[in-house]
Write a protein that binds this ligand. Structure first.
Ligand SMILES: Cc1ncc(COP(=O)(O)O)c(C=O)c1O
Length: 363
């Protein structure tokens, strides 16, 4: 049972039907926002309270709010999908709710109970239902829950006031080119996480520290940056916002083990299951970058892909680094990669049975 009811406390001035239809025709990613947002507040004295749905709009924050100085902030990302009968569903939201709790523990933020997390999603999507794209598209409503230290206090300690919001943004393809093989830059300069750090938490600081690596990737004509482990700079961690997989010629699916420095992706977890279901041998292990590059050359690794909620599954076509470039397979989109992508999206859009019980109806 949810303790917070997230009632709608006022009505927004809704975006008009014609304007919303224009936005939904080509939403891009993270560029447009809906009419409402969900909110709750935690205080050290009273715990969680005040669940409500408000018009989307600017926040009032003290310039001394702790988050602006010490980055005590976490977030989540998941999607709402329209099915052919008009109903609206989301994918494994409990996993996101539990990850938000783990991130909260690491960042000394209060844990939002999972039933309250689910209630916030339900309430927001009910209010913003016209913003969920039609079932005929590969589009969705991206949901962004986040939580931050809002106490007006400059001492360095865990904040005594914390605000939680959920905003929503209609989403098309994450990469402007759509599902095309990615060029991935291997940075030898930057790392995103170290032992004992925050790599396994979904906190804003991890993304801030990835941005120079992303700039370096862009300067080298790549779409994304790959981070190696910070200690030895030899094994694959992940991309700035996606987990990484390799498929071998003999039908094994390989992905870096969870060492505490990579994010435990919900897509990653689901792909491991779907791959087992189709008889692939799966292995979570240390993936040494130099060995992977050799195995790309010898043809032992035939496909690689990146995965996450936003981009779903995206083939990797090429790696670049200061020392050269390496093609993955024929630089196209691998057959198994595309089959896994299709199966996952077919489950999410309700086109095939949800045999693992991953979908939760929101509206
Ligand atoms: C750093 C990082 N790794 C991996 C992922 C993939 O996680 P998920 O599949 O839960 O979206 C994300 C995106 O959320 C991410 O930001």
């Amino acid at each position: 049972m949810s303790a917070l009811d997230f009632t709608q406390t006022s009505t927004a001035r809704r975006v008009g039907d014609a304007e919303r239809a224009r936005i939904l025709a080509a939403p891009g990613f993270g560029q447009h926002y809906t009419d409402f947002m969900a909110h709750a507040r935690w205080t050290v004295e009273s715990g969680w309270g005040g669940g409500e749905v408000l018009p989307f709009g600017p926040l009032q924050l003290s310039p001394a709010a702790a988050v602006l100085h010490y980055g005590q902030e976490i977030f989540e990302g998941l999607k709402a999908f329209r099915h052919a009968d008009g109903s609206v569903w989301t994918f494994r939201p409990e996993a996101n709710g539990e990850r938000l709790q783990r991130s909260a523990r690491r960042l000394a933020l209060p844990e939002l109970p999972v039933p309250d997390f689910l209630a916030s999603l339900r309430a927001l999507v009910a209010a913003d239902e016209p913003w969920v794209p039609e079932a005929t598209s590969e589009e969705s409503l991206y949901l962004r829950p986040f939580m931050f230290a809002s106490e007006e206090f400059l001492g360095v300690r865990a904040s005594h006031t914390v605000d939680y919001y959920v905003i929503a943004s209609p989403a098309g393809p994450y990469f402007p080119r759509g599902v095309q093989p990615l060029v991935v830059w291997i940075t030898d300069e930057y790392a995103r996480a170290g032992a004992g750090g925050t790599g396994a938490a979904k906190c804003g600081g991890n993304y801030a520290s990835s941005l120079l690596g992303k700039n370096e990737a862009a300067e080298n004509g790549a779409d994304e940056v790959l981070f190696l482990d910070s200690e030895t700079h030899t094994s694959i961690d992940e991309l700035s916002g996606m987990n990484v997989f390799a498929i071998t010629r003999d039908g094994r699916l390989l992905t870096p083990a969870l060492t505490g420095s990579i994010l435990e992706g919900v897509t990653r977890l689901s792909i491991l299951q779907l791959a087992r279901d189709r008889g692939l041998e799966v292995s979570e292990q240390r993936l040494v970058m130099s060995e992977v590059l050799e195995q790309l050359g010898s043809g032992e690794i035939t496909e690689m892909f990146a995965c996450g909620t936003a981009a779903v599954i995206n083939p990797i076509g090429e790696f670049r680094a200061r020392g050269g470039s390496w093609t993955v397979g024929d630089a196209g989109s691998g057959e198994t990669t595309l089959a896994l992508r299709k199966e996952l999206t077919d489950i999410q859009y309700g086109r095939i049975p949800d045999r693992h019980g991953w979908m939760t109806r929101l509206v």
